[in-house]
Design a protein around this ligand. Structure first.
Ligand code: ADP
Ligand code: GLC
Length: 477
């Protein structure tokens, strides 16, 4: 079986969040299921620069108004199909944002062209790779099922995966005539969404199957508060909706071999983590003592509950703990952490920006990783924490609810706990959870058990890859 995975970012070539990790890990995970997956990505500078052995497999004199071509090649260990359209993608910086942090004003055209080309591959435009299934990720790939639906009938089936329903790809009605869709697509049964065009909406309307990245999030998005406007459509399509939890790349995230760590370790050699803790203290300008160390590795935004964490810092420091924050995002939240670092020199440290090496080091040396998200479709940082013996402290929402076992008395008794959960996502509940973690840490044996439980939990793609494979097969059957 052949599957075209359509994603706007893919690790290790371009990454702004967990979507890239997932898109990058799926091909290897599915190869074990006998599925040949190619990833289709836009030809950003970083992608074209990394591509080797590229051959042109399709050309367009005009793809939604701009010359373009499809290249096949490999990069970062992945088989790629790249949409080379310089007018759309040969730009500096982030895949979605201008260097000033605003959305590129022509994002609708950039990703509509990307979707159009992916749908063409789905419809058989490239003889050497005719997919049975087109697997579309998030709004940037949302128009693919619509293009397939309104084109000549083809064999290719489509799957739409929601990694985050907060990002929907909504654009004004004025873009519709430029999308190359037939007039009847302008309809609630088509791509129309609250008077404009909805890319994700279009995908959810027309895909053969819909998935999201955890069972709990699959339920949450069918409710009015979790669906962010799309819950009605999702309830209508609930028969084809399922939640498949993400896995992680256990080779990239392996504390025994991770080159980003000062010291490598296993569940049997946890004391070696101390060297990583010292390296963190140095990188984040913290006092190099033995006190409890929390870390954050996150986009800094409303979803992630960082403003709530900000309000808990005084309490955290009063309990004798330290906090290291690695993140980028909203200036106000960065400012809040910076102010905390100034208030508590040596106790709170922040590094802003994006650093893959530091994100590994933090997991390899901190005692606990904080993930106080207001909502979280799956979340990957708690997995990395589990894998690295960096005990996750998370809100009980979405994928966080599904993947961390709270250290309540019953779970501790049965020896199955892997972390801490709290709800509601408010200051008092988070403050209590922080205190609970610091308390349990005083019991060295119980803490070690918590770490080891996490480290031995199965975080690989195995079971989830099988579920995707079963889903593809059921669509093709
Ligand atoms: P989301 O995709 O919503 O941002 P996830 O937890 O699924 O959340 O994935 C976040 C990914 O991005 C993880 O791989 C995490 O390690 C990484 N990450 C987030 N912020 C940073 C940062 N500032 N530097 C390095 N890696 C980061
Ligand atoms: C999104 C979600 C995150 C999820 C990731 C990969 O960015 O916010 O929870 O882990 O996609 O599926």
């Amino acid at each position: 079986m052949r599957v075209l995975s359509v994603a706007s970012e893919v690790f290790p070539l371009v990454k702004t969040g967990g979507l890239a990790d997932v898109a990058g890990a799926l091909p290897a995970a599915l190869a074990g299921e006998g599925i040949a997956m190619r990833v289709m990505v836009p030809g950003y500078r970083d992608v074209l620069g990394a591509l080797s052995g590229a051959t042109e497999i399709h050309g367009y004199a005009s793809l939604l108004g701009t010359p373009a071509r499809l290249l096949a090649g490999t990069a970062g260990g992945l088989d790629l199909i790249v949409l080379d359209a310089p007018a759309l993608f040969d730009r500096p910086g982030n895949p979605y944002l201008t260097p000033d942090g605003a959305d590129w004003p022509d994002n609708w055209r950039r990703f509509a062209a990307f979707c159009r080309a992916a749908a063409d591959v789905g419809a058989g435009a490239v003889e050497s790779f005719v997919p049975d299934v087109v697997h579309c990720h998030d709004w940037q790939a949302g128009l693919v099922p619509a293009y397939l639906h309104y084109a000549e009938p083809t064999a290719a089936r489509s799957v739409m995966t929601i990694h985050n329903i907060a990002f929907q790809g909504r654009f004004p009605a004025s873009v519709f005539p430029h999308l190359g869709l037939p007039p009847q697509a302008w309809d609630v049964e088509g791509v129309e969404y609250y008077g404009g065009v909805g890319f994700l909406k279009a995908g959810l309307r027309h895909a053969g199957a819909i998935t999201t990245v955890s069972p709990t999030y699959a339920e949450e998005i069918c409710t009015q508060s979790g669906g962010m406007g799309l819950d009605g459509l999702l309830r209508q399509r609930s028969e084809v909706l399922s939640g498949i939890v993400n896995g992680i790349d256990t080779a990239v995230w392996d504390p025994a071999a991770d080159p980003n760590l000062a010291a490598n370790y296993t569940a049997a050699t946890l004391p070696r983590r101390a060297a990583n803790k010292r390296a963190i203290a140095e990188a984040f300008a913290l006092t190099p003592d033995d006190s409890f160390l929390f870390c954050v590795v996150s986009r800094l935004g409303w979803q992630k509950g960082m403003d709530i964490l900000g309000e808990c810092i005084d309490g955290l420091v009063a309990l004798g703990a330290r906090l290291a924050v690695l993140g980028s995002g909203e200036a106000a939240i960065e400012g809040m952490f910076r102010a905390a670092a100034a208030r508590y020199p040596g106790r709170v440290g922040i590094v802003t920006g994006y650093s893959e090496p530091l994100s590994h080091l933090l997991q390899g040396g901190s005692d606990s990783v904080l993930v106080p998200s207001r909502f979280e479709p799956c979340g990957l940082t708690q997995f990395y924490g589990l894998r690295y013996g960096c005990v996750p402290l998370v809100s009980r929402v979405g994928g966080l609810a599904d993947t961390v076992i709270d250290a309540n008395l019953a779970a501790l008794d049965r020896g199955v706990a892997t972390g801490f959960q709290f709800l509601p996502v408010e200051v008092p509940a988070l403050t209590r959870a922080i205190a609970r973690a610091i308390d349990l840490h005083r019991h060295a044996k119980a803490w070690k058990k918590l770490q080891q439980n996490g480290m031995k939990s199965d975080l690989s793609w195995g079971a989830s890859a099988r579920r995707y494979a079963d889903l593809y097969r059921s669509l093709v059957a």
